[in-house]
Write a protein that binds this ligand. Structure first.
Ligand code: SF4
Ligand code: SF4
Length: 191
């Protein structure tokens, strides 16, 4: 039997590694579908949230890989609606986050998710550099990474004139501490 849907998993399976890293067990899910019924993005997903969990429960490496290659894991907004509805207290946003990291690590990111990933990276980079969000830095990096150079460019002058966008970043006090957090979490991921 390749795996078990009765509450356990071999140590080298994705559910077991996820359990060790996050404390979340996909085997708590009994597939009632309440998470999917409430998810605002379910219609756009290739696999609904409960189906992502099911792919992991079945215990086949090729289905685990299917979950890691899914577009759904990149669409999840971490809005927590599913968690509020789940009778088994399965923390789906945490599961989705783990799957995103593992998908990146194994080079299995869905091709349609490249722009979303570029946005994540640009967002985190402005936080690492300034300790807070710098919108112009975020937009510039996102455009360079995705080559969507002219998208929404006509909105920029009005936003600048209204003071909604600052050309230069404003660094917070204690920004060094933020940089150290990034260094530590990066080191931890590479262990
Ligand atoms: S609501 Fe919870 S138990 Fe029901 S399918 Fe979703 S994750 Fe599983
Ligand atoms: S946290 Fe993600 S999976 Fe859950 S309802 Fe929100 S978008 Fe859907």
């Amino acid at each position: 039997m390749p795996g078990s849907s009765h509450g356990s998993a071999h140590a080298d399976t994705l559910p077991a590694k996820m359990r060790a890293a996050t404390g979340e067990s996909v085997f708590n899910c009994y597939q009632c579908g309440k998470c999917t019924a409430g998810c605002p993005l379910a219609q756009e997903m290739d696999y609904a949230p409960n189906q992502i969990v099911r792919l992991l429960q079945l215990g086949f490496p090729e289905l685990e890989e299917e979950a890691l290659k899914a577009f759904s894991i990149w669409l999840c907004l971490t809005c927590e609606t599913c968690g509020a509805r789940c009778p088994k207290e399965v923390d789906l946003p945490r599961i989705m986050e783990y799957l995103r990291q593992e998908s990146l690590r194994r080079g299995l990111v869905h091709p349609k998710a490249k722009d979303i990933l570029a946005f994540h990276e640009a967002f985190l980079d402005t936080i690492r550099r300034n300790g807070r969000l710098h919108e112009v830095g975020l937009i510039s990096q996102y455009k360079l990474k995705t080559l969507h150079l002219l998208q929404d460019v006509l909105s920029a002058p009005a936003l600048l004139l209204r003071g909604k966008l600052k050309l230069l970043p404003h660094k917070i006090e204690g920004q060094d501490a933020i940089s150290r957090i990034f260094e530590r979490t990066t080191d931890h991921k590479e262990e």
